[in-house]
Ligand binder design. Structure first.
Ligand code: RIB
Length: 304
């Protein structure tokens, strides 16, 4: 049973700022770092480090070969990470403020140069035992989901960023949503507590599971009438970039290798807690050993 992640690969330029820049303002940053990133790449690395059999498919420019090397190092199969001659690698301008929060501007580059031929060529290697994982940073998302569903693959989606490009996707084909509160609001049109949003997702997508993350509330799983809750672990925040991706990769990997939902949520929460205590996107994602050996006395569950 494999996971195919058809996802983005970015180079992140991370600017340290006191406060995020606002309209008409010019601000000077106190630091600039470059990291590997992209929601797709981050989630593949997390799933690979969590122990899943994961293949990444996507496009980079000639300037992005180091991203493929990094995926290889994390144990991800990169046979279908191809170089696109016409485009540069996708990139992200990330502002990171003093609280470790971020805001991000994306340039899609090669991530939005996928062709139907390439999608077909990749998908024919996968079947009904396998999972497709997607985010919303590539083109042809609707086509990828449809074709994977037709092949009998199960579809997991992290609908991030939740923008108008999601409108081209038949979300009723998704088997498992992994998303945050803002994304659940955008998809359901409802607002309220995480519990209300989980109910709204179940109502709108009766056949699908939803795993929702929401800051200090933690995370929760819902499908039909089943509910599983995992409080967040609080750690000193250095950089929240890729915390959601770490959670997504870890939770799906654990579920796919047969862990129960509660264990999957717990491991994913710990992995995300470690990720926010480190700088950068992909470099902040911990190994499974680090997650399992995490001294829980050094972190506080928000339920305690
Ligand atoms: O989720 C974090 C990621 O979003 C960053 O690595 C950036 O590349 C954007 O895709």
């Amino acid at each position: 049973m494999k996971i195919l992640n058809f996802g983005s690969l970015n180079i992140d330029f991370v600017y340290d700022v006191v406060d995020f820049v606002t309209k008409g303002q010019t601000i000077t940053s106190s630091g600039l770092n470059q990291y590997p990133g992209g929601k797709g790449l981050n989630q593949s690395i997390a799933a690979g480090k969590a122990g899943a059999s994961i293949c990444h498919a996507g496009l980079i420019g000639k300037d992005g070969v180091s991203l493929r090397d990094l995926l290889d190092e994390a144990g991800v199969d990169t046979t279908d990470v191809k170089i696109c001659d016409e485009e540069r690698t996708g990139n992200a301008i990330v502002q990171r403020n003093h609280d470790g929060d971020n805001c991000i501007v994306l340039y899609s580059g090669a991530n939005r140069a996928l062709t139907k031929d390439f999608v077909d060529e990749v998908l024919q290697k996968f079947g009904k035992e396998d999972w497709l994982l997607v985010q919303n940073e590539t083109n042809l998302l609707g086509y990828i989901v449809e074709q994977a569903h037709q092949r009998g693959m199960k579809v997991a989606m992290n609908p991030s960023p939740a923008d108008e490009l999601l409108d081209e996707v038949d979300l009723s084909l998704v088997d498992c949503f992994i998303l945050n509160g803002g994304e659940a609001e955008a998809i359901t049109g409802k607002s309220g507590t995480p519990e209300i949003l989980l109910d709204a997702m179940c109502e709108k997508f009766p056949g699908a599971a939803t795993i929702l993350t929401s800051g200090s509330w933690g995370s929760g799983y819902a499908k039909g009438t089943q509910r599983v809750r995992q409080p967040a672990y609080r750690v000193p925040v250095v950089d929240t970039t890729a915390a959601g991706d770490t959670f997504t990769g870890y939770v799906l990997a654990n579920m796919v290798v047969g862990k129960d939902i509660a264990t999957s949520l717990e491991r994913a929460s710990k992995a995300a807690a470690i990720a926010v205590s480190r700088q950068g996107a992909a470099p902040s994602i911990p190994l499974a050993d680090e997650v399992d050996n995490l001294e829980t006395s050094t972190i506080i569950s928000t339920e305690e």
